[in-house]
Unconditional design. Structure first.
Length: 310
């Protein structure tokens, strides 16, 4: 029997998701994997990426054109705010018959726009909605696929270790499911930040957590609060960008996206604390995060009071 040909896969975006997917695909022995990320032009970020790529057997490319040149499959795994630009740039050099798997968390309308753009170049666009956090699952993270080429893509990647289900032949349905889910998931994160940090300020977090445990006994709220806040600490900026896409989705449904917009603001707020160096990005304890922010806020208040009384 002849050995099946290797599948050439290119990741556009080599952040957390891109690294995990690239490593998983490379480890199967069924794929050759290359990647490109705009941060490869940043010396500090590039060093970390080269180390990860070397360990995973992934080839990093100097630009997106060379990265996708020989790829059978192109996976777009960038932030929501960069998804449109990547689709436009890729359309300029993509070849007929290349698969373009769009796993970005964006609105159905943007997926439909990207589909139309890449289909004009006779590329095989496949919509994907990632339905869980990638790190715990790795390459086996559940994905819902959509579009007329989804079944063909699933057949090609059947031995890749990817966990795929076919949602619809229409573009936008899988993303609609993802966006509606994100209102709840990212909303729960933002609610936890706001509830727990306020409870910490008043010294009543134990009572609040105990009350939540009584109302929702199936959830370990002590552990869950740490987990939910840590996800915002690590990925708040990306989550805020996704929630703005959710807001577009809600607006397209005829509703004013008051909550989705507010969730984006709270996610951005905590990302700002990380960017300012107030919070360590690797912090796992929500109490530590709340205390660090409160300490800085208290210092700022003291300075303001001192100026007024001087």
């Amino acid at each position: 029997m002849s050995t099946p040909a290797l599948i050439s896969v290119c990741l556009i975006g080599y952040g957390e998701a891109g690294k995990i997917l690239a490593q998983g695909l490379s480890a199967t022995g069924r794929c050759t994997v290359s990647a490109y990320d705009i941060l490869l032009h940043d010396a500090v970020a590039a060093q970390t990426m080269h180390e990860a790529a070397s360990a995973a057997g992934v080839r990093l490319c100097a630009d997106s054109v060379s990265a996708i040149a020989d790829a059978d499959v192109i996976i777009s795994a960038v932030t929501a705010s960069a998804a449109r630009e990547v689709a436009v740039q890729t359309a300029a050099s993509i070849r007929p018959g290349q698969f373009f798997l769009d796993i970005n968390s964006v609105s159905p309308a943007l997926k439909q726009e990207s589909f139309a753009l890449l289909t004009r170049r006779r590329a095989l666009y496949v919509e994907a909605a990632v339905m869980a956090s990638i790190p715990p699952y790795g390459i086996a993270v559940p994905m819902m696929l959509g579009g007329p080429h989804a079944a063909e893509f699933m057949a090609l990647m059947a031995t890749s270790g990817m966990k795929m289900t076919h949602a619809s032949p229409d573009i936008g349905l899988a993303s609609a499911i993802k966006m509606c889910r994100s209102v709840m998931i990212k909303g729960l994160e933002a609610l936890t930040v706001e509830s727990m940090f306020t409870a910490r300020h008043y010294g009543v977090e134990q009572e609040v957590l105990a009350s939540l445990a009584e109302t929702f006994p199936g959830i370990d709220w002590q552990h869950q609060a740490d987990y939910l806040v840590s996800r915002v600490v690590q990925h708040g900026r990306r989550r805020a960008a996704e929630m703005r896409e959710v807001a577009h989705t809600v607006g397209d449904a005829g509703l004013t996206p008051w909550l989705s917009s507010a969730i984006a603001e709270r996610q951005d707020w905590l990302a700002d604390q990380v960017l300012a160096g107030i919070v360590d990005k690797q912090e796992k304890s929500w109490r530590e995060v709340a205390d660090r922010i409160a300490a800085v806020s208290a210092t700022a208040t003291d300075i303001k009071v001192s100026k007024k009384t001087a």
